[in-house]
Design a protein around this ligand. Structure first.
Ligand code: SF4
Length: 688
């Protein structure tokens, strides 16, 4: 397609012809795909639960939605965010046109410019920084909120097409520790479970997870369990989930690793382990047994603050349970020594043989709707398909599949999210492209981060909304379509690929991120590399080729329609395996054959001594602060959820801090009072 043709479509007027030819640039087949007043189904675009929603259409456009009763994830349920998913699309805060600081003239304000000007400026400014300071002086920060096809295109465009070295996803902030834990223990980043396991367990152990608020539909799945399960919540705080559990162990903050090593010791000492499974399917048990011998119950009780009887009782519950499942979320993922803590739970599942059977597993629940897509296909922390940038073999494989020169693929890993922001602070990263994430709000050390962002030579924000905290630091803002305004797949916590469809038009000149990436490929001059990437479904076929022969093989998925018909598909589904009843089932778990992804087929038992907190309480900062979400109606930095009047009513009007009465009394703090919370990194006034 000629540049002139592109410009005719995008220069200033979006565009009757574009809407009539929406397949171009991955804009989706709206509205031709649906009968005018039909109902269609698609997955929710907030959290990693990945609920199915029925979208009700009038004249081909979405007018309402309801939870999909046939979808195997949510079985007809949805949380408030899902119910309100359409309403947040219609907001006066939407970005509807490219905005450039200074616009066509001079001045400091963001002003509307044409797409042509925006795309040209993007390329000129980043190329100038690279020419002066090298390819390591620019980076992108991406997200777990866009479809997998868009992530794949972004990762390949930036790293193979534009020659950038650095780019990472905000998924680094939530579950990178679990990714590493699974890779090391199982040989691949592979959460083993299916949500049906919540209903099949007789003992459910939740660690650092306020499931009832963070993943309300999964909590509903727990409540549907017909086996009268024991529900154990291990959490320093008496969360809503702890209140609904049968057992709550209010552990001292960051003593979880000690508890799980101590439990392993008790189980081994009493012979409450599955020796046959250990012999057949694991490596490292002798070393592990020796290591955990240093965690007798007296030590564990002293370090965790839990009574010995409660620790013993938990060991007995695990022993007596026929189907024990271990689940964790951000309390583990975002903690100090998070990898080893996740692995200490994996170890408990392995030594007791609680894996690969219904109702069992060492199960990390992710956060964002497409965190799993980001882990496998975003080309950020790992080379696409769960490969390594540093492996010559892997680079050769990817180059061959994509038909590109191997030299285009960086031979080393990117800087991680935190290192990119450190690079911005140090003035080494001078140009930053932020896609569908909000680090000015979400990153630790907010004030310092905001100051660093303000020093960037060039900052591009690509987002649905022009009002995010990060957008305030943009020199260029690219208006993006959101959930429901474009197509692609999302992969949920239980490895299920579900479909997002275009059921609404993006406002003004906003474009699907897919379209923006394709246009940038054209303006950057690397369009030829992406000739085959014509739309999301064509890109999905590339994704399938990249997955072939990998643990996440999805070559057996016929097309998008198959995802629609089957209520999503869990990976893996290799080509030709649809006749295999185990793989064709709608709900599947991994490791049923006791074989893991390491070359010898054995899982590893990995461990390390618990380390003291790097910043323990001291005289100046005497209290520990744990963070958490207080409402199922609020999401992340509220960029989206605050657009809904209903959600605004449902979540607390102001942020609050809970203080134990024993801590509050000597400080003279009463409930409802405003207090200043100050850490080494910042200060905020909150309601106690
Ligand atoms: Fe389901 Fe999560 Fe969407 Fe709520 S936000 S409807 S739990 S996918």
């Amino acid at each position: 397609m000629s540049a002139r043709h592109l410009l005719r479509q995008f220069d200033g007027r979006l565009t009757r012809e574009l809407l009539l030819e929406p397949g171009k640039f991955g804009l989706g087949k709206f509205p031709a795909r649906f009968a005018p007043d039909a109902t269609t189904s698609m997955v929710c675009g907030y959290c990693s639960t990945g609920c199915g929603l029925k979208i009700h259409l009038q004249d081909g456009a979405a007018i309402n939605l309801s939870p999909d009763a046939d979808y195997p994830v949510n079985l007809g349920m949805a949380c408030p965010k899902g119910w309100e998913a359409l309403s947040v699309l219609n907001s006066p805060e939407r970005a509807t046109t490219p905005l450039l600081r200074g616009g066509e003239g001079s001045g400091a304000a963001l002003q509307p410019v044409s797409w042509e000007r925006a795309l040209t400026t993007f390329c000129q400014r980043f190329k100038a920084i690279i020419a002066k300071h090298g390819p390591g002086s620019v980076a992108f920060l991406s997200t777990g909120q866009i479809p997998t096809e868009e992530m794949l295109l972004l990762g390949c465009l930036a790293k193979f097409g534009m020659g950038w070295l650095h780019g990472d996803g905000n998924t680094r902030q939530c579950m990178a520790t679990s990714v590493v834990a699974y890779k090391q223990s199982f040989g691949f980043d592979a959460p083993p479970y299916t949500y049906a396991d919540f209903e099949a367990s007789d003992v459910i152990i939740l660690v650092g997870s306020n499931l009832c608020v963070g993943h309300p539909i999964l909590w509903e799945r727990v409540l549907r369990n017909p086996h009268q399960p024991k529900i154990v919540v291990i959490d320093p705080r008496r969360t809503e989930t702890a209140m609904g559990a049968t057992h709550h162990l209010p552990i001292l903050p960051k003593s979880d690793l000690t508890l799980f090593y101590g439990l392993a010791h008790l189980l081994i000492e009493r012979g409450w382990i599955d020796q046959a499974f250990l012999d057949r399917s694991t490596a490292g048990f002798a070393e592990f047994r020796q290591f955990v011998a240093a965690f007798p119950i007296e030590r564990v009780a002293a370090e965790t603050g839990l009574p010995k009887a409660d620790i013993e009782a938990l060991a007995r519950l695990i022993h007596e349970g026929k189907r024990v499942s271990f689940w964790w979320t951000m309390g583990v993922n975002q903690s100090y020594q998070g990898v080893r803590t996740a692995q200490s739970l994996i170890n408990l599942a392995l030594i007791t043989g609680n894996i690969g059977r219904p109702g069992t597993g060492a199960n990390s629940i992710t956060g964002q709707c497409n965190a799993m897509g980001s882990r496998l296909f975003s080309n950020t922390a790992s080379l696409v398909g769960g490969r390594d940038f540093s492996s010559v073999e892997h680079r050769a494989e990817v180059a061959q599949i994509l038909g590109i020169e191997q030299a285009c693929i960086p031979a080393s890993n990117s800087l991680c999210y935190d290192q990119i922001l450190d690079g911005v602070k140090a003035g080494k990263i001078r140009g930053l492209w932020v896609i569908a994430t909000n680090p000015a709000h979400s990153w630790i050390g907010q004030a310092e981060t905001q100051q660093a962002l303000s020093k960037l030579e060039f900052c591009v924000v690509q987002d649905m909304y022009r009002t995010s905290e990060t957008a305030q630091y943009a020199h260029l803002l690219l208006p993006a379509a959101g959930w429901g305004e474009k197509e692609g797949t999302l992969i949920n916590s239980e490895r299920r690929l579900g479909l997002m469809k275009k059921v609404a038009r993006a406002p003004g000149q906003a474009l699907a991120d897919f379209a923006i990436f394709r246009l940038l490929a054209h303006y950057w001059g690397c369009e030829a590399m992406f000739a085959e990437w014509t739309d999301p479904e064509a890109t999905f076929r590339i994704m399938q080729r990249l997955s072939r022969g990998r643990p996440c093989d999805i070559t057996g998925i016929r097309d998008y329609q198959m995802l629609d018909e089957r209520g999503g598909v869990q990976w893996p589904l290799p080509a030709g395996e649809l006749d295999n009843p185990a793989l064709a089932a709608r709900e599947r778990r991994l490791f049923e054959d006791g074989r893991f992804y390491h070359p010898d087929g054995r899982a590893r038992l990995l461990f390390d001594a618990p380390q003291p907190l790097p910043e323990p309480p001291d005289e100046q900062y005497p209290l520990l602060l744990l963070t958490g979400r207080g409402s199922a109606a609020q999401w992340h930095t509220q960029t989206r959820t605050r657009q809904s009047a209903v959600l605004r009513k449902l979540y607390p009007r102001e942020a609050f801090v809970e203080i134990h009465p024993a801590d509050a009394a000597p400080l003279g703090i009463a409930g409802g009072q405003q207090v200043v919370v100050q850490s080494r990194r910042g200060r905020i006034t909150l309601r106690a």
